[in-house]
Design a protein around this ligand. Structure first.
Ligand SMILES: [Zn+2]
Length: 249
C-alpha cells in the first residue's frame, strides 16, 4: 500500500547503488525485513545524520511507492549503535555471521518484534561481554529458529511425553528428543545429549544472548550440542553455512 509510515529499524547490511545512493537491508520492528532506499544519502547529513551503518538502530520515516514494495527512506535518526565493537574485527565477523543468518532465514511481520529485540541484545552482548562461548554463533541460530516458531522439542520425550532431565537422544530429522525408554532401535540422524547439554540448549532457546553461558564445556558435550543445532538448522530451516555464507539446501 502506498503511503508514509515510521518504524524502528536495525540495519543488517548496506550497499551503494549509483553514485550517491545507499540501500539498507533493515529488520523493522513491526514489519520484518525490508530493503530501504536512501536517495542522495552520501550527501545529505540533514536527512540521514551520517548514521546509515550496519548494526545501528534507526528511527526511520519511510514512504512506500509503486505497487507497495518500494520503500523510500525519507529520514533516519540514530537511536543506538555500537561503539567499541566496530574496532574488534573478530566480533564484527561474528556479528556479520549472525546478521546474515537473520537475513537468509527471513523474518515475517508476526515474528518481527522478537527478532528485533534479539538482534539488539546481540549487539549489546558482542559489544560488552568479556567472553563468549565458542558455540555463540550456533546458539544464535538456535535462538533465532525459536523466534521464528521453529524451536525443536527439548522439554518432553517426543513419544511418551515424559519430562526429560537426564541423558536423551535428539532425533535431528524429527526435531524432537526421546527419553531412554523410547529410544528407537535405529536412528540414522540422531545425537546423544547429556542432561547438562539438554538444559543448556533449553536455556539458549529461552534467554537473550546476554544471558547465555560464556564458559566453554567439555569437548564431547560441546560437539554434541553443535551437532544437534547444526543438524536441526540444516534439516528444518534448510540452511547450511559453507565457505563464509549461508546456502539454502
Ligand atoms: Zn519416552
Amino acid at each position: 500500500m502506498p503511503g508514509e509510515w515510521a518504524d524502528r529499524g536495525f540495519v543488517l547490511r548496506t550497499g551503494r547503488f549509483r553514485e550517491r545512493d545507499i540501500w539498507l537491508k533493515t529488520l523493522c520492528r513491526t514489519r520484518g525485513i525490508a530493503t530501504l532506499f536512501a536517495f542522495g544519502a552520501s550527501r545529505s547529513r540533514r536527512r540521514f545524520c551520517g548514521c546509515l551503518d550496519v548494526l545501528n538502530t534507526l528511527h526511520c520515516r519511510i514512504n512506500t511507492t509503486g505497487n507497495g514494495h518500494f520503500f523510500n527512506l525519507q529520514e533516519a535518526v540514530l537511536l543506538a549503535g555500537p561503539q567499541r565493537l566496530r574496532r574488534n574485527w573478530q566480533r564484527m565477523g561474528l556479528a556479520a555471521n549472525c546478521l546474515r543468518f537473520v537475513e537468509t532465514l527471513g523474518v515475517p511481520p508476526e515474528n518481527a518484534t522478537e527478532a528485533f529485540e534479539l538482534v539488539e541484545d546481540l549487539r549489546y552482548t558482542l559489544e560488552n561481554a568479556p567472553h563468549l562461548s565458542p558455540l555463540f554463533p550456533l546458539f544464535f541460530r538456535l535462538r533465532m529458529a525459536g523466534a521464528s516458531g521453529l524451536a525443536p522439542g527439548l522439554q518432553i520425550c517426543g513419544r511418551c511425553g515424559a519430562s526429560l532431565d537426564g541423558e536423551a537422544l535428539f532425533l535431528v530429522d524429527e526435531g524432537q528428543t526421546r527419553c531412554p525408554r523410547c529410544r528407537p532401535a535405529y536412528a540414522a540422524y540422531a545425537t546423544e545429549l547429556s542432561g547438562a547439554g539438554l538444559s543448556l540448549l533449553r536455556h539458549v532457546l529461552r534467554a537473550a544472548p546476554s544471558a547465555w553461558p560464556c564458559h566453554d564445556m567439555p569437548l564431547p558435550e560441546r560437539r554434541a550440542c553443535a551437532k544437534a543445532i547444526d543438524g536441526f538448522v540444516q534439516y528444518h530451516l534448510g540452511l547450511a553455512f559453507e565457505e563464509g555464507r549461508f546456502r539454502r539446501i
